[in-house]
Design a binder for this molecule. Structure first.
Ligand code: ADP
Ligand code: AMP
Length: 217
């Protein structure tokens, strides 16, 4: 099954993609994670992307389309994937349609995670993750079961994203509304758009997603 989780920064895409990955064996493909890996590696793409990401703007379509096209072509993506943070513009959605057609792949659903802007600032500024396995947490909404120890891998080092600051949230939300929200009518017109209430608590959102996956199966 091939899915897109679509929603503003902090909507819960990564959190739910990690759960779907564990439960259904789908691969989470996050362009944000791929770009952060490029930044950490100091590659040319990473050096160019860093300043743009720090400002909360979008990296060029050409760069992200090329990254995702390479990734979707890898063997492990054949059993199904969840796109998290891609596409983010209509041009990216068109490029995705093209690359899926070329490979004979189908998009089963695009699931909008509906969350109002007001609560996203707290979600984003409280976000952190395990430095070893990348599993995501929140200062208030999702704490490790044992303080300071990752539930998933036992790691004890945690990290925060450079762009998860209150100052950059408004430009990231503006980019979402101007450039990414037009994907909702784009996918609505193709009959693949579904929605969940992303403001419900994390387990409830997972249940809503499981309901949709059940209907698709
Ligand atoms: P996205 O990938 O859409 O940017 P994340 O999945 O990283 O968002 O979630 C942002 C933060 O909010 C994380 O710290 C996560 O633990 C927390 N979070 C995710 N879903 C919920 C929810 N339904 N209720 C409260 N907090 C949530
Ligand atoms: P995310 O981890 O999805 O919140 O993305 C973090 C940042 O990476 C964004 O604010 C953008 O600067 C960049 N980015 C991630 N995915 C894309 C994309 N599909 N198109 C353009 N920029 C992206």
């Amino acid at each position: 099954m091939n899915l897109i989780l679509l929603g503003p920064p902090g909507a819960g895409k990564g959190t739910q993609a990690q759960r779907l990955e564990q439960k259904h064996g789908l691969i989470q493909l996050s362009t944000g994670d791929m770009l952060r890996a490029a930044v950490a590696a100091g590659s040319e793409i990473g050096r160019e992307a860093k300043a743009i990401m720090d400002r909360g703007e979008l990296v060029s379509d050409a760069v992200v389309v090329s990254i995702i096209s390479d990734r979707i072509g890898q063997d492990d993506a054949r059993s199904g994937f969840i796109l998290d943070g891609f596409p983010r513009t209509v041009a990216q959605a068109e490029a995705l349609d093209h690359m899926l057609n070329e490979r004979g792949l189908k998009l089963n659903a695009v699931i909008e995670m509906k969350v109002v802007d007001d609560i996203l600032v707290e979600r984003i500024t409280g976000r952190y993750s395990c430095g070893k396995c990348g599993f995501g947490y929140h200062d208030r909404f999702l704490l490790p079961k044992v303080a300071g120890v990752c539930d998933k891998c036992g790691g004890t080092e945690f990290k925060r994203r450079a762009d998860d600051k209150a100052e950059t949230v408004s430009s990231r939300l503006a980019a979402y509304h101007a450039q990414t929200a037009p994907l909702l009518p784009y996918y609505q017109a193709r009959g693949v758009l579904r929605a969940v209430d992303g403001m419900a608590d994390i387990d409830e959102v997972s249940q809503q997603l499981e309901g949709i996956l059940g209907q698709l199966a």
